[in-house]
Ligand binder design. Structure first.
Ligand code: FAD
Length: 370
């Protein structure tokens, strides 16, 4: 059945949902308050389930051209190698994680949307209100205009305010950890390897992305403000003996992870998806990918259109988000500073033995989510 779908937010979730709806031949509009596309690199990791989704949509080749393939994950105790997970041995449909800047990801998704529905994206168009009637979902834009559709999907991200107007009850919990991250020009040859260093002072992890960048993420004892490239490279050097060149830094910032989950995702004809519905810790890099899995599941539920299908969308989505939160919490626990010297070595050794290694590798690449 033909549908009119209005989407609030042209971030990764809203853009992909727009493509999926347009592919069904539905009328779709994406309302995005930003006038200009994003320029930041923030979310870089694209996992195998999302790659399979892109393949079905016919947009995988654009991603493969722009991104960098990560084929292995290596674990270190400080600078000492402890083991390696080869993603080719995990039975994955796409045996790698693709890394590229979020700005490039959003550009590819925008191009894909406009190729399907040239007038679908409304930039500079903030949505100020949403409501359901018996037979329509109505959204109001900042100019006071009202727009009716069969369903409105709120993909407003973590910082959005519309869901509060629906009476959204959410459970939110900040984690008591602090991290810094930065992008530097990669000096090493391991362009296809993600590296996780378990250090006495706390986690150091690094991911090659784009043409020549490497993203470094470090757990730090307390909030750092402002974060400087020099400070980040000094910490990396102290912990693992490698010093990226601070002069090549293109982004540096600090963050405190948290988890958040909306209790209700479906308000009659108004529905939540992506970070509007759930936020998971970035350690493990799965939030954007979860939003895409929501988009795929929601398209199926909207095609059905029944209250039962939308209820299943919420139940499965919440289960998937909780699983991802637990996995991210495990990742954060792995990266905590340690005071005694023997257990991390034993524990890392165990983690790198089959079948635990295989299980860990599959969780790291987002396999087995609900
Ligand atoms: C440091 C860090 C690193 C991360 N790394 C990864 C990673 O490697 N892999 C991964 O999978 N995830 C990662 N994430 C998580 C990822 O950034 C988010 O999960 C993802 O951006 C969510 O996408 P979204 O489209 O749901 O929301 P957003 O990206 O927040 O997009 C929401 C959009 O809605 C628009 N909007 C909001 N309100 C309105 C309104 N009223 N009207 C119109 N438009 C509106 C906003 O302008 C924005 O464009 C990371 C997060 C952080 C903080």
């Amino acid at each position: 059945m033909a549908r009119r779908i209005h989407i609030v937010g042209g971030g990764p979730t809203g853009l992909l949902l727009g493509c999926l709806c347009a592919d069904r031949g539905w009328s779709v509009r994406v309302f995005e308050r930003r006038v200009e596309p994003v320029t930041h690199s923030r979310s870089i990791g694209i996992h195998p389930p999302s790659l399979a989704l892109f393949e079905r949509l016919g947009i995988l080749s654009a991603f493969l051209q722009a991104g960098n393939r990560i084929d292995t994950g290596a674990a270190f105790l400080g600078a000492r190698p402890m083991g390696r997970i080869d993603f080719a041995n995990l039975g994955l449909s796409h045996p790698f994680i693709l890394t590229l800047a979020q700005s490039v990801t959003e550009q590819i998704l925008t191009d894909a949307l406009l190729a399907r529905a040239p007038n679908a994206l409304r930039r500079g168009c903030a949505v100020t209100g949403v409501r359901s009637t018996v037979d329509a979902a109505i959204l109001t834009t900042a100019d006071g205009a009202e727009h009716a559709a069969d369903f409105v999907v709120i993909c407003e991200g973590h910082g959005g305010t519309l869901r509060a107007t629906l009476g959204d009850q959410e459970s939110a919990r900040p984690y008591p950890h602090q991290y810094v991250m930065g992008d530097f020009v990669d000096q090493g040859a391991a362009r296809h390897e993600a590296r996780v260093h378990i250090c006495a002072q706390g986690l150091v992890e690094s991911f090659p992305h784009g043409a020549n960048q490497r993203r470094w993420v470090l757990r730090v004892p307390q909030r750092v403000d402002p974060v400087t490239a020099e400070q980040v490279t000094t910490w990396i050097h102290e912990r693992i003996g490698v010093r990226p060149d601070p002069a090549t830094c293109s982004m540096v910032s600090g963050f405190q992870p948290h988890r958040r989950g909306a209790k209700r995702w479906v308000y009659d004809r108004v529905i939540l998806a992506g970070d509007a519905a759930h936020v998971v810790s970035p350690i493990g890099g799965q939030g954007m990918n979860l939003g895409w899995l929501d988009a795929a599941a929601l398209t199926e539920a909207l095609a059905d259109g029944s209250a039962a299908a939308l209820r299943r969308y919420q139940q499965r989505g919440q289960r998937r988000a909780r699983q991802a939160m637990r996995r991210a919490e495990f990742n954060m626990a792995c990266g905590r500073p340690f005071g005694v010297s023997w257990w991390p070595r034993l524990w890392l050794w165990l983690l790198m033995q089959d079948p635990i290694k295989r299980r860990f590798g599959r969780a790291f690449t987002m396999q087995g989510l609900a």
